[in-house]
Design a protein around this ligand. Structure first.
Ligand SMILES: Nc1nc2c(c(=O)[nH]1)N[C@H]1C(S)=C(S)[C@@H](COP(=O)(O)O)O[C@H]1N2
Ligand SMILES: [Mo]
Length: 249
């Protein structure tokens, strides 16, 4: 038991899986168990306090050999598959929006920056956890390079995966959370480049938040002052299905 903390175990029964949207939506109507469970950790004003705590960093002996996968399936579209075929050599990460210096990064550029490697626990809202050693670039480094404008509030991540209704995955966190020293644009998992199933070539890994905030398969990043007009308006694919936008742990 020492390695596994089951967060919100009672949710397991109500939520059979992050990918099972119909069930999730039903469970979330009104003030279902997920709202109660997540609501407990939502500070009154997350912009002022409550998000600066550090997630625990684990010794290597705690790292789990198998990092379970979850959520939408690995993208099968031709754009993603073509990128994967040449080891993402033609992958480009565009970072723009409310920034002074919009920039496009390739993987060499990202790997040339100072890397942070940390074994942290991934807690899925369904009630399972796994310790993985993620390496990559602190998002704060990249934000420092593009220089968000004073009105910048949120960082929006767009992904390559699309659900069976044709809805594209996206997610968002506040600029404040993005600047947290443990918030990573992860390139490596357990000493190797992240594999396609875990979000290659670049995924967000934010260990201070529940797993569904760690957007996989990041294709672009946009800095905005509001996400009200993006997709369902709730700030993310799972949020548009009823999950709380703020998922601090
Ligand atoms: N693009 C994308 N990112 C995603 C998801 C997803 O469906 N699509 N699922 C989220 C959920 S619910 C979890 S628990 C983690 C799972 O990450 P893993 O597959 O590497 O374990 O990814 C998160 N990021
Ligand atoms: Mo999840």
């Amino acid at each position: 038991m020492k390695r596994r903390l089951f967060v919100a175990t009672s949710l397991g029964a109500a939520l059979a899986g992050c990918a099972k949207v119909g069930q999730v939506t039903n469970a979330l109507n009104g003030n279902g168990p997920i709202h109660q469970a997540i609501g407990i950790v939502q500070p009154l004003d997350h912009g002022v306090f409550g998000t600066r705590g550090m997630a625990r960093v684990y010794p290597d002996s705690y790292v789990d050999k198998d990092f379970r996968t979850n959520g939408l399936p690995t993208p099968t579209d031709t754009t993603y598959q073509a990128l994967a075929k040449d080891n993402f050599a033609s992958y480009r990460l565009r970072v723009d929006g409310l920034v002074e210096h919009p920039q496009t990064f390739d993987l060499h550029h990202l790997r040339a920056m100072e890397q942070l490697v940390q074994a942290t626990r991934h807690d899925c809202v369904e009630g399972w956890s796994v310790v993985g050693k993620f390496g990559g670039v602190p998002l704060a480094t990249v934000l420092g390079m593009v220089a968000p404008k004073p009105e910048a509030k949120y960082v929006v991540f767009r992904s390559f995966d699309i659900d069976d209704q044709g809805t594209a995955f996206y997610g968002s966190i506040s600029v404040h959370e993005a600047m947290h020293p443990q918030t990573l644009l992860a390139l490596d998992l357990n000493g190797k480049p992240i594999d396609p199933d875990h979000g290659a070539p670049v995924r967000l890994k934010i260990p201070t938040q529940l797993g569904y905030k760690s957007t996989k398969w990041v294709r672009s990043i946009q800095i905005v002052d509001s996400f009200a007009k993006i997709a369902g308006g709730e700030g993310g694919y799972w949020e548009d299905q009823g999950y709380e936008w703020y998922a601090g742990i």
